[in-house]
Design a protein around this ligand. Sequence first.
Ligand code: 5CA
Length: 440
Amino acid sequence: MRLTRYFLPTLKETPAEAQIASHRLMLRAGMVRQAGAGIYSWLPLGFRVLKRIETIVHEEMQRAGAHAVLMPTMQLADLWRESGRYDAYGPEMLRIRDRHGRDMLYGPTNEEQITQIMRDDIQSYRDLPRNLYHIQWKFRDEIRPRFGVMRGREFLMKDAYSFDLDFESARRSYNTMFVAYLRTYARMGLRAIPLQADSGPIGGDLSHEFVILAATGETRVHADRRLLDMDAACSGIDYDGDLEPVVRAWTSLYAASDDKHDPETAPVSGSDLLVARGIEVGHIFYFGTKYSEAMGASVAMPDGERRLLHGGSYGIGVSRLAGAIIEACHDDAGIIWPDSVAPFDAGIVNLKTGDPLCDSIAAAAEERLHAAGLEVLHDDRDERAGVKFSDMDLIGLPWQIIVGPRGAASSRVELKRRADGQRLDLSLDDAVPCILDSRT
Ligand code: 5CA
């Protein structure tokens, strides 16, 4: 991708309204623009990141046996009246009336919608268990939208819903999602800590929040330091096997948010206790028959008896993650994308656009990176080197290939790793394999 043809409106000045690093950097890097309080447009660079986050979420959900669907953003108030949440939800719900005077709402979550689908289309115990999910925009009229996409009013969420015959089976579904969440965040280069949580307006009695560590997080976490040594990638996990030991290994280590932490009774203290700030990037709930009972969702057992569905719901803040990853991965110069979610794998900085030799080396670099299956952003603007360097550091692509007149004569380039600033002087032939090797 040639930068001269791309839409990347970077800002030199720090926007005054942005209080935290991710918000500042997303605006400065031209990833998002505010449309209204807590409502954002995603520009090309930001949209790429969002899509890469979505891809990881999709892959891990499907690996864990969940199936993708797409439910609407608009829902009927009557459906929410069945569960009793139309009145209970309060002013966070955006209520709308259509031209026929029918009450509608912009969905803040989809428990009712999915329960209606299951109620109508699942009849037998043989149809269970099932787990369906979607990645869809939600609206919550937050009293204080802030920190950019981290607490938006319109935001992108992955929400999965499991349906089982009984508690034992529902617990297996819960454990599967628990492990899938650990893997999802690990793949994004994040360290997530599961905290026992209240289930709040979603209801139910088994619930965990997943919090990633970042200095500006809104949640203060008190946790057993050994959580940092756990294998969050859950390598070699078998979703058909018993996941209870894995989940127990994680949940038996102490982790509590500020409001639940009591230094008197906490099992760890001193240097064994990690005290840090975190950002909630996911929340999972088992809520039993709360919705199936209210809405009449049941299946027939072999003896003809009807059994209510046991449900769970599992949310990931997809758009929040774009900000959360930046909170966890940046320095004074800008963003430092983990490979797995970077908008482009590499950037090419041509220090002397218009110089035939530099232009041809830069073009060759772009071609080779492409041929190797890498996505590349080629800065071919007629700008000062300093501007190009600072923009490239700001947008934080994992690798930079710097083409300058000195090296070009001998087909040499400089390869810079954004994460640690390490620079290598090498031939163009060696640069691409060097990038590829680091990724495997
Ligand atoms: N129905 C359940 C699970 S599907 C649910 O709605 N859970 S939730 O309320 O905890 O939201 C799930 C995740 O969405 C949160 O962990 C958070 O990461 C993200 N989220 C929630 N509210 C916002 C918001 N206002 N802006 C951005 N992300 C949000």
